[in-house]
Design a protein around this ligand. Sequence first.
Ligand code: NI
Length: 299
Amino acid sequence: MQTRGMNPVTTLTPEQIAQFRADGFLALPSITTPAEVAQLRGIFDRLFAEGAGWKKGAQFDLAGTDENQRPALPQILNPAEFAPELRATQFRQNALAIARQLLGADAEPWFEHAILKPPRYGAATPWHQDEAHRDDPGVTYEQLSVWLPLQEATEANGCMRFIARSHLGPVLPHHSPGDDPRVTALECVGSFAPADAIPCPLPAGGATIHHCRTLHAAGPNGSDLPRRAYILAFRSAVRPDAAFRGYPWNGEKHTAAQARHAAWQNRGGPLGRASRAALSAAAGLLARVRGKAARLLRK
Ligand code: NI
């Protein structure tokens, strides 16, 4: 790994790039500073304690139906929406530089999530390929995820596990765990050998990087401390793909988080929707006027 400058950008060596292409995953001993990891832990603990995003369906129990008072695998989708300081991290800068090395210079941030695996009862993350979650018919792109543990990740608290070279095959069949479409998680039911899994324990502030077709899972948290992980997903330029119609296992989902999201979007009824549309149009207009003014000033 190489770092440079006052605000160092971590990039991969040619050997690391070759290893990612061959295996579909890579472990790094460090992607950010201990100080930033401590800061991120504080932000995560606040967001989960506040229930950030719950009302709009952005916080939910990945492994359950949201009826449990003690969610087994709480997750927040796009946590930067609720903690804007997450947009200015060294982790993000380094992860983007690495994503562009692996996916090409046009790779962009795609989405992110915060995961909390509670001590002693935090559930296992089932075996899956991230691409199986894809629900945007008609297009295709390359995608990868950078997984940052905010404390040590061990086999006892649920570190990541990967099936090497699985990214070279197709997206395998998936289903909702327990065939319950109210659960957001997906579980691979295709043919693979979990016994071949390679566990990737990491120090706090280390990272694993995996391709969107790499089969991966994480064990339950049997330790006495929470296991927090921050994941940034990136994608290459989007290309048309008329052959991709979406996956049946996603069409079957009906989760409580989806229902909360729909209710949140409809809040205030037609009047609420109309006033939010007007506000967003006005904000867009303002941004365009500002952009135009800035371009004129630069001339
Ligand atoms: Ni995943």
